[in-house]
Design a protein around this ligand. Structure first.
Ligand code: NAD
Length: 430
């Protein structure tokens, strides 16, 4: 990866900012054996990036849906000269193939068990966000990483996004002033709600295995692929899906790890629908030195808003917006002062910074450096979303002792840090 220069566009003129800090070239002599578990939309984005990096050979793919596997293997054959082996059970893949790297891009209810198994088998893992469906799953992944020592990179690619890095430098330089309040938000209709009638699962899909440790409900084409986000059995809604990226930015800026108290409320339009992830949700997080808010909504559109995704950092010198396709912008409060703006440097498809995250992952494997989106900080970012959805479900605040990783004074909430697994799956131990 070459160091690249990006231009900060400002009404005052142009400022240059170096955007890739210290990313080294991977050892091009070493080719890692890679397996993908969960060969859907995002898994294939990561896998094709790993191929393009020239650091990997794809040896195996695993998916519980043969249709997804068929499409994935065709794509790999198009891009490389090898044909990976195909599996429907990640345990068999890991035991037989022993890949050096496992990419885990299954739906959220299926992150913890494959991640822990891959670490046990000796893999380094690129694990998708949010790292877990319940808090104790996240703790178990952190514990497995500490035990087996594989490098874990979490798919929070905004942690290496050039405009995110430069924006953080700008905020931390003091140009926004003293910040006491931040507000993260996603205001758009992201995915179809999946309100279609249940059907028999399509041929080739092992629906029982897709549901895995989570409750098994009837197959519905609105759930798979991609639509699991609308079902709280398999996800934690928008706050965990999109929100965790922005929670990560808040923790990165603040250098705090845990909120002390979280209160969340929201709702769904059709209360009798099985697609029960909230259509609108707000959450307030009380930290030691600042207050954070989350908001998502699928109503009202975004025409009335200058920005519809990102985080506002409200400082004594103005408001800083960290965005996505809109880069970042600083709106100074001083009369007559000019706005400062930087464009994004995202990659197609899907406007992401996976190549930078992959390079950083390989660098961490080769040099022992800490990965940019390491498991511990990603666990804390995930916890923020999981605490918010817990409070939403309970209808009351939850008090969190982050150091002890424990809910304070609420037995019902404490139980929600784990959940019953469907047999034969066993909840991971910490
Ligand atoms: N980092 C990002 O910006 C980003 C963006 C999109 C998605 N994601 C994450 O990627 C993950 C996948 O999301 P998606 O949109 O690609 O979903 P998807 O439905 O397109 O793909 C998931 C695939 O996993 C398969 N699967 C389910 N259970 C499995 C199992 N036990 N073993 C193997 N395969 C299994 C499904 O059949 C499906 O093909 C989610 O955790 C999501 O949050 C991250």
């Amino acid at each position: 990866m070459q160091r690249r220069e990006f231009i900060i566009k400002s009404a005052l003129g142009s400022i240059t900012a170096s955007a890739f800090p210290n990313i080294i070239l991977a050892n091009k002599n070493k080719i890692y054996s890679v397996a993908l578990i969960g060969a859907g939309w995002w898994g294939m984005n990561i896998l094709t990036t790993s191929i393009a990096s020239g650091t990997c050979k794809v040896i195996a793919l695993c998916d519980v849906d043969q249709n997804q596997l068929d499409q994935a293997v065709e794509k790999i054959k198009e891009l490389t000269l090898n044909t990976p082996k195909l599996y429907k059970d990640y345990r068999e893949l890991l035991e037989k193939e022993k890949p050096e790297i496992a990419i885990i891009a299954t739906p959220d209810h299926w992150h913890a068990l494959p991640a822990i198994k891959a670490l046990e088998t000796g893999c380094h893992i690129y694990l998708e966000k949010p790292i877990a469906h319940t808090i104790n799953e996240g703790r178990a992944i952190v514990a497995a990483q500490q035990k087996y020592r594989g490098v874990v990179q979490v798919g929070l690619h905004r942690h290496v996004g050039p405009h995110n890095i430069a924006g953080m430098e700008f905020i931390k330089s003091g140009k926004v002033g003293d910040i006491k309040m931040v507000r993260a938000f996603v205001d758009y209709d992201y995915h179809e709600r999946g309100l279609r009638p249940d059907e028999d699962p399509p041929e080739g899909l092992d629906w029982d295995m897709w549901c895995g440790p989570a409750p098994k409900r009837n197959y519905n084409p609105g759930i798979h692929p991609k639509g699991f986000r609308n079902y709280l059995d398999y996800s934690n809604g928008m706050c965990a899906d999109w929100g965790v990226h922005w929670m990560d930015q808040i923790l990165w800026w603040s250098e705090e790890k845990h909120p002390k108290t979280v209160y969340s409320t929201g709702g769904v339009f059709k209360e009798d629908s099985p697609a029960n992830a909230p259509d609108w949700q707000t959450a307030t997080f009380e930290f030691e030195s600042f207050t954070a808010q989350w908001e998502h909504r699928r109503i009202g559109g975004s025409k009335s808003e200058k920005h519809n995704i990102g985080v506002y950092f409200y400082g004594t010198k103005g408001t800083f917006h960290m965005g996505w396709l809109d880069g970042w912008t600083f709106y100074p409060s001083a009369k007559g002062a000019q706005e400062v703006h930087m464009d994004h440097a995202l990659h197609l498809p899907d406007q992401q910074n996976i190549p930078e995250l992959w390079d950083d992952f390989i660098k961490a494997i080769e040099t022992g450096s800490k990965p940019a989106a390491d498991i511990e900080n990603s666990h804390y970012a995930t916890n923020m979303s999981l605490l918010a959805i817990m409070s939403y479900k309970l209808g009351r605040s939850v008090n969190w002792d982050g150091e002890k990783q424990m809910i304070l004074g609420d037995e019902q909430a404490r139980k929600m840090m784990s959940r019953e697994y469907r047999e034969p799956w066993e909840y991971p131990g910490i």
